[in-house]
Design a protein around this ligand. Structure first.
Ligand code: MN
Length: 752
């Protein structure tokens, strides 16, 4: 410690800062990196000086944030001094008067470059202008090619901001939590940062569904003892065997994260009690001097299967062929002592390190103009992303979807006719395979032979398939291809060709339209063309031109009348408005003077209430929330509040892209307005069950059944009841009462 740090030893903030820095130093010294402690100390002192006197929202000195980010880079990702210094300095250029040039002079080119990258993509993530998160994300990914450390530090930054999210305003909490779940967690997963990915998901979950989060934690705590007993019972004979083999290892039960339990409950529509794979058993072993890790994995495998019955279709060999994010392990599922399936994950220490800290920890940082030594899977992925990013004019939101396709997919392995292996995401089709070989092969693809059998382009591949692609020179990419391809690369390539053809078509259509104007003797200008286009229902000129070229729109001879009639601008405005509202008949729309858009006080939740005649909000048609659901508000173009469920995928997208239009909401009690909900009922098909059910619903609850669909099969029935209720409470009461009816086995609310 140098003298300047000792100036004010009694200041508690200063003591906290010094303690945190001591922790960083000691953790760094314990790591495998070269011991560049002086450089790290210099970066810390500089950042501490630059942020001096500034506090974070929660009242802690600002420097505690860069210190925490540096600690995550060091411990959670296994990164070295360059990253640690960059993390310490990451907010200096953004938040203080120092420049990238200053950093370069003091810490050299590389660190300055990384800090510069971080500054460029930091724009507004915690500010108010953060609406264009998608564009921000695109910039984030673009920097990946120059130095992946920029992204890694960005993820560490986000993790610490999530850990301290409690001190943010609640509407921002939603926005940030949504963004994290939508963008950062998948990205962390793709880079193999499993521990961080889980923590990001859990933290987002905690802020989006606080009650569910608490309830899952409670239930996990309540069942812990029973789980431990069962695990010990399972583990004892396994330990015996492994000890006899002379292995050094650790065997533990790993409980699933609260988020993944909740996710499974949602996806399968089941209760906590119904989830049997709450934990997996993990065995991490130390390598033996003369034995290959791979062989040791299989030795342990056969030791276990000598004791327990294996479930053959659940063996996952990621040792021989690692996942694209670098994950390596051997997974198997066996029948446990109580008759339930237990998953076991076998890994060496090295594999475990990669699994927890990511392949990124082993990443050889590429310098520009240096030859790439090894074409790792991660390299390949980065290259695909770069290709997509460089394709012309990706629409920000489409682009997000495209990238997401690639972020979360698990992989299958398929073969070319020559036996070369190709890795594709789950759900990939023959056409995806064609595009993975070459863009031209994809563009000209007319069909495929899978395992020597002729299949259509949309045929979904499974692991182990051998595929031969058939092409034709006259083939062109078709719009419907977009509906079945599963890889980002194929989608981007098809999109690019379609856009080009569309542009060419529109160009020809434009000539036809201009000729029509000419023939009618009218001078053209853009507002007249817009008028004509709107007359045919096209708000965008290019769509109009294209339809003309395709022959879907015939231009009449009397365009003079159309263009001159109602030639005032209010008419145009009303048509535009009609299109925005989706009203079919534009002439019915009254022309309203532009009203002042209402403003919203985001510091308080927006109270959703029913007035005498009207609700002060709209119910989103995608997820149809009802009073009592975890919900949020989105301010639409017309200044109205549209309410979505917090778990709605569309709301997630809105959060990530238009964060500043998100409102926290609160339900007031609703007495008159009613909302649509669907219940699913299952039970034993006996005489009278059905009539008892409907009687209960309509008599005791005075609820309107809108639609009833019951199917009976082999003595069991399954039904869906669509009804109108006032709130979630109504539904809960209904479920309780219905489930008490004899022979009704389960009742629950479903999406549709
Ligand atoms: Mn930061």
């Amino acid at each position: 410690m140098d003298k300047s740090d000792m100036q004010n030893p009694i200041n508690p903030d200063e003591i906290m800062i010094q303690n945190e820095f001591e922790k960083l130093k000691s953790d760094y010294l314990k790591s495998n990196h070269r011991q560049k402690i002086e450089l790290i100390t210099k970066a810390f002192n500089f950042a501490n000086h630059a942020h001096n006197g500034v506090k974070r929202r929660d009242g802690t000195p600002y420097i505690m944030h860069p210190l925490a980010v540096a600690l995550i880079c060091c411990n959670g990702m296994g990164l070295g001094s360059t990253s640690i210094c960059s993390a310490l300095l990451h907010d200096v250029v953004e938040d203080t008067d120092f420049t990238v040039e200053d950093i370069k002079n003091m810490f050299g080119e590389k660190i300055a470059q990384i800090v510069n990258g971080l500054t460029k993509i930091s724009g507004g993530i915690f500010g108010d202008q953060a609406s264009e998160q998608a564009e921000n994300f695109r910039r984030l990914l673009l920097t990946m090619n120059s130095d992946i450390r920029v992204i890694l530090i960005k993820i560490a930054d986000r993790l610490h901001n999530m850990r301290t999210l409690g001190s943010m305003r609640s509407d921002k909490q939603f926005k940030i939590a949504g963004e994290t779940l939508y963008i950062y967690a998948p990205l962390a997963y793709r880079l193999g940062l499993f521990t961080i990915k889980s923590e990001l998901e859990d933290l987002s979950f905690k802020y989006e569904h606080p009650e569910d989060y608490a309830s899952i934690h409670d239930k996990l705590a309540q069942t812990e003892e029973a789980r431990n007993t069962l695990f010990e019972y399972f583990a004892e004979p396994v330990r015996d065997k492994l000890d006899k083999m002379g292995l050094k290892y650790e065997m533990r039960a790993r409980v699933k994260s609260a988020y993944s339990i909740w996710h499974k409950m949602q996806a399968k529509g089941v209760l906590f009690e119904d989830i049997y794979d709450l934990y997996a058993v993990r065995i991490v072993f130390e390598p033996l001097p003369d034995v290959d890790d791979k062989n040791l994995c299989w030795d342990i495998y056969s030791a276990i299967t000598d004791i327990y019955q294996i479930r053959p279709e659940r063996i996952r060999d990621w040792v021989g062929r690692p996942k694209t994010n670098g994950y390596q392990a051997l997974h198997l599922t066996v029948m446990g002592p109580n008759g339930q399936w237990i998953e076991i994950q076998i890994r060496s220490h090295r594999m475990n390190d990669i699994a927890e800290k990511g392949l990124a920890a082993h990443w050889k940082y590429k310098e520009k103009n240096k030859e790439i030594e090894e074409d790792t899977e991660l390299d390949k992925w980065v290259n695909t992303i770069t290709e997509i990013l460089e394709s012309p004019d990706p629409n920000a939101l489409d682009f997000l979807d495209t990238i997401k396709l690639d972020l979360f997919s698990s992989d299958i392995s398929v073969f070319t006719p020559k036996g070369d292996i190709k890795t594709l995401p789950q759900g990939a089709t023959a056409l995806d395979f064609a595009y993975s070989l070459h863009t031209d092969i994809g563009n000209k693809c007319i069909g495929a032979k899978v395992n020597h059998r002729l299949v259509p382009l949309s045929h979904r591949l499974t692991s182990g398939d051998q595929i031969e692609i058939l092409t034709s020179r006259s083939q062109e990419p078709q719009p419907e291809w977009l509906s079945f391809v599963a890889t980002a690369k194929a989608r981007a390539k098809i999109d690019a060709v379609l856009k080009r053809t569309r542009k060419e078509g529109a160009k020809k259509g434009e000539e036809k339209v201009l000729a029509a104007f000419n023939k009618a003797g009218i001078e053209t200008n853009s507002s007249k063309i817009d008028k004509l286009a709107l007359y045919f229902g096209f708000p965008k000129r290019e769509d109009f031109y294209y339809s003309v070229e395709k022959g879907n729109v015939m231009i009449p001879d009397n365009i003079k009348k159309i263009v001159k009639d109602k030639a005032d601008s209010t008419w145009l405005k009303s048509v535009r408005q009609a299109l925005r509202f989706g009203t079919k008949d534009s002439t019915e729309v009254a022309v309203e003077p532009d009203k002042e858009k209402p403003t919203f006080d985001k510091t308080k939740p927006y109270i959703l209430s029913e007035g005498t005649y009207n609700l002060n909000y709209e119910v989103a048609s995608c997820c149809k929330p009802i009073p009592g659901d975890d919900a949020l508000g989105f301010i639409n173009d017309d200044g109205k509040v549209v309410v979505h469920k917090r778990s709605c995928p569309i709301a997630m997208k809105l959060k990530a892209s238009f964060g500043n239009r998100i409102l926290t909401t609160e339900w007031s009690s609703h007495k008159t307005a009613s909302f649509e909900a669907t219940l699913e009922v299952k039970g034993i098909d006996t005489l009278g069950v059905l009539s008892t059910m409907t009687k209960v619903i309509s008599d005791e609850f005075n609820v309107n059944i809108q639609h009833l669909l019951i199917e009976a099969n082999d003595g069991v029935f399954e039904g869906k009841i669509k009804l109108k209720v006032h709130s979630v409470e109504d539904i809960q009461r209904l479920c309780v009462t219905l489930s008490k009816i004899k022979n009704v086995k389960s009742v629950g609310r479903v999406a549709e």
